[in-house]
Design a protein around this ligand. Structure first.
Ligand SMILES: Nc1nc2c(ncn2[C@@H]2O[C@H](COP(=O)(O)OP(=O)(O)O)[C@@H](O)[C@H]2O)c(=O)[nH]1
Ligand SMILES: [Mg+2]
Length: 420
């Protein structure tokens, strides 16, 4: 990432835009996660073209537009299933809420309504999970169901079952496909299947074998009713880190349009180092694009680079990153309770909870200065806007790295408690 920013500064100052454009795509691909990034193929080629032609104001506006679209993206997820299959638990898990949390969806209550219920994500209000009635209700009609629930609004459909999928589920999936939308089958409660298998067949029990047979059974069951190559994810709402949940996350991310990916990646629970890394990739991408935008601006005559990174903004930035990784004050308090450790002890272990010592760390200024010096050696003058842009860039990267390390540390702690 640093390389491209330096390459950008060099290329732009020498007006070697062809070289710059050539380096852009491979650098961007190396930066984003396997699941993709926030830029659509169209935006990518527009930025590439603007770089090639040396139109830096187009680079700036393309990036600005893409970031704006990602920040304002609305995401509506339909969760369909019979009462008791674990819909509410699944929705709570994706909303990062424990079942006891105040505004969590009621778990274990039998639904009496036939209507859809929206659940907003507490941290990302533009993300809404819709709890929709299952296909087994007497009033279900494949032809009218999607119209009734307003299918056009949903970005994708999750069809949940805790046993087998029904013929109606298959018919519905076909309708969803015909409407040009994506659906995913989620088979919940595999933890209890494993538990009962182990209890009943203690000597022959093999976890992988049981999981495979559930998978085969669901596949055969859906094939029988006409869904070809259905994608089925086996999960436990009680343990998202196990089974297929991370595969489901990755698939959903990959299949969302670029601008919707960013927010969805940020809301994913920290269930593994890999899921923390995915989030890190998305935030790094944004930092990179912001830096590229600022760098472009600093080469546009008469355009002043206004955005600074004063203490107040730094504090806000750290706060935001902490919130994305579930390390905000409220979450840390909950974790301390779960771990049965005094809050101050936990805070003492987390670098991100001490803003002032992070700010005092002057390595960022040193990094920005040395990068800027390298640039000035080429350009031959201290471009203050360039130094400012680099400071902002290194400042964000430093906060992000600290928060990511802390998130991984806490995950380790939580795992030891879960195992014990
Ligand atoms: N063992 C196990 N139980 C689950 C799982 N998901 C939900 N449950 C339990 O199943 C019951 C119904 O869950 P709920 O989320 O209310 O299902 P809904 O009626 O579809 O909204 C509750 O007692 C949950 O605790 C799971 O993955 N594994
Ligand atoms: Mg429910």
């Amino acid at each position: 990432m640093e390389q491209f920013i330096s390459a950008f500064l060099k290329g732009a100052s020498e007006k070697n835009f062809h070289q710059l454009a050539k380096e852009f795509l491979p650098q961007y691909s190396a930066l984003i996660s396997k699941a993709g990034g926030m830029l659509s193929p169209e935006t990518l080629s527009a930025i590439h073209k603007a770089l090639q032609e040396g139109k830096l104001s187009d680079v700036m506006s393309q990036i600005q537009e893409a970031i704006g679209a990602a920040e304002n993206a609305v995401l509506e997820v339909a969760v369909i299933g019979e009462s008791g299959t674990g819909k509410s638990s699944f929705i709570n898990a994706l909303r990062g809420l424990s079942h006891e949390a105040e505004d969590s969806a009621d778990v274990g209550t039998v639904e009496t309504t036939m209507y859809k219920t929206p659940y907003q994500h507490p941290k990302y209000p533009k993300v809404i999970f819709w709890d929709l009635p299952g296909t087994g209700t007497p009033n279900f009609h494949t032809d009218t169901y999607l119209d009734k629930v307003g299918f056009a609004n949903y970005d994708f459909f999750i069809i949940i079952s805790s046993s087998r999928f029904s013929r109606n589920d298959a018919l519905l999936a076909q309708k969803i496909k015909d409407a040009g939308k994506k659906f995913y089958f989620v088979r919940t409660k595999v933890d209890s299947d494993l538990y009962s298998e182990e209890k009943t067949k203690p000597t022959t029990f093999k976890k992988e074998k049981v999981l495979q047979s559930i998978r085969d059974y669901c596949l055969a069951n859906l094939n029988d009713i006409g869904v070809t190559e259905p994608r089925i994810f086996l999960i436990s709402n009680f343990d998202l880190g196990a089974f297929d949940f991370s595969k489901l996350e990755e698939t959903l991310l990959k299949e969302l349009p670029g601008h919707k990916r960013h927010m969805f990646a940020l809301l994913l629970p920290n269930i593994s180092d890999a899921s923390i890394e995915i989030k890190k990739h998305f935030l790094q991408e944004k930092i990179f694009l912001e830096a590229l935008k600022s760098a472009a601006v600093s080469f546009i005559p008469f355009m002043t680079f206004l955005s600074g990174f004063d203490l107040c903004q730094q504090e806000q930035c750290l706060k935001e990153y902490r919130s994305h990784f579930g390390l905000d004050d409220k979450s840390i308090e909950e974790i301390a309770k779960k771990l049965n450790i005094p809050l101050e002890d936990i805070k003492g272990q987390l670098k991100c909870s001490d803003f002032w010592s992070l700010v005092k760390d002057d390595s960022i200024i040193a990094q920005a200065r040395s990068a800027a010096e390298a640039f000035c050696a080429i350009k031959g003058g201290p471009g203050s806007s360039v130094i400012q842009a680099l400071k902002v860039y290194y400042g964000h990267i430093q906060f992000l790295n600290v928060v990511v390390d802390d998130a991984k540390h806490l995950l380790r702690k939580m795992e030891t408690v879960n195992v014990a």
